[in-house]
Write a protein that binds this ligand. Structure first.
Ligand code: KG4
Ligand code: ZN
Length: 342
């Protein structure tokens, strides 16, 4: 007989947030603790892997204890210990994986390894209790830009991905070039509100042989060329106009690919996930375009878009129900592939 209530302690440490959460029955978040290292990495203009690993080690036990305390659930009540084991920075991932294995070994509670992107996608279930597969999901983060058909829980088909930079990476690089600093996404989002998105015409790249693939490095180069030519001509650059025009170029491509795919695959539900899913212009455009096509649109609150452990607990729940358990040979896999079709 199936258990009535399944409690999962989830751990996430793939990049620069040390996070732990307790999730009940997949969609009820009892606690969601995130210790961000952003301030530490800001001085270097990006995440420094070695510093990230060291900070994870310092914080992980405290973050896990806080998550259990805030949830009001002792460790022995957990049905599984879930952990992100890839993709991500290998040293950072190892901290979470080692902590999860140690807790699982000492307590006898089963271990479940989770794919980071699967976590991002599953973040949509937390606040949308009615959402069920199949649907299309656009995953846009600092390391990934994927269009994924979610066929069923844990069953993913990647139909498009970036050929070069991820969307978030492009935001971060352009922000640095125009002097906004790290992390670039939220700063460009804010600056763009004061700018004219039509002021500068930046390219919308298409990948000739793959309709749903993305390419953002050409756009990044176009921004850099624009900045150089302004400097050579002695023209003062309007930071807000560059931010708004660049952001519009990214959003246009993401929205166009997504709407084309949702139609072609005959789906009537569309979700977004990952750090860039917090972008206000992207959300507004998708609300409008999905509304016009009578497609149900789902997006997590910003706290569940950014890296967190609640999403890992949600993804682990569906794996738990299928009987997935990992052994103590679970290792960090920095380039772990998603789903069976990649
Ligand atoms: O999912 P995430 O927290 O970490 C990864 O798994 O990569 O995503 C971080 C990325 C960063 O590149 C950050 O600049 C971007 O998400 N980001 C945004 C916004 N908030 C975060 N990009 C555009 N607009 C935002 N509001
Ligand atoms: Zn992420």
């Amino acid at each position: 007989m199936e258990k009535e209530n399944v409690l999962i302690l989830a751990i996430e440490s793939s990049c620069d947030e040390t996070a732990a959460a307790v999730v009940k029955n997949g969609r009820e978040v009892l606690s969601n603790v995130i210790s961000s290292q952003i301030a530490l990495h800001t001085v270097y203009g990006g995440v420094v892997p070695e510093i990230a690993s060291r900070k994870h080690i310092e914080k992980i036990n405290q973050v896990i204890e806080t998550a259990l305390r805030e949830a009001g659930t002792p460790l022995q009540d957990m049905d599984a210990i879930a952990v992100t084991y890839g993709p991500g920075l290998v040293g950072a991932l190892l901290v979470g994986v080692s902590a999860a294995k140690a807790i699982s070994f000492a307590s006898g509670i089963p271990l479940i390894g989770v794919h980071h992107i699967e976590g991002h996608i599953n973040a949509n279930y937390i606040e949308n209790k009615e959402l069920e597969p199949p649907y299309l999901c656009l995953v846009v983060s600092g390391g990934h830009s994927h269009l994924v058909v979610v066929r069923d829980y844990g069953e993913y088909e990647i139909i498009g991905k970036t050929r070069d930079d991820a969307a978030g990476e492009a935001f971060d690089k352009v922000a640095r070039a125009i002097g906004l600093g790290y992390p670039g996404g939220p700063k460009i989002d804010k600056a763009a509100r004061e700018g004219d998105a039509e002021a500068i015409s930046f390219p919308r790249a298409k990948v000739a042989d793959a309709a749903y693939d993305f390419s953002f490095s050409g756009l990044k180069s176009a921004v850099l060329n624009y900045l150089n030519s302004c400097e050579m001509k002695g023209i003062t650059v309007c930071q807000a106009d560059v931010a708004a025009s660049f952001q519009k170029a990214v959003v246009d491509v993401l929205v166009e690919h997504s709407m084309q795919a949702v139609r072609e695959y005959g789906l009537n539900k569309f979700a977004i996930a990952g750090g860039v899913a917090s972008n206000s212009a992207l959300r507004e455009a998708l609300v409008r375009e999905c509304g016009a096509r009578k497609i149900e649109f789902y997006c997590p609150s910003p706290i569940f878009c950014t890296d967190n452990a609640a999403m890992i607990g949600t993804a682990a729940y569906y794996e738990y129900r299928k009987g997935v358990r990992h052994g103590f040979d679970l290792n960090a896999v920095p380039n772990l592939a998603l789903g069976k079709c990649e």
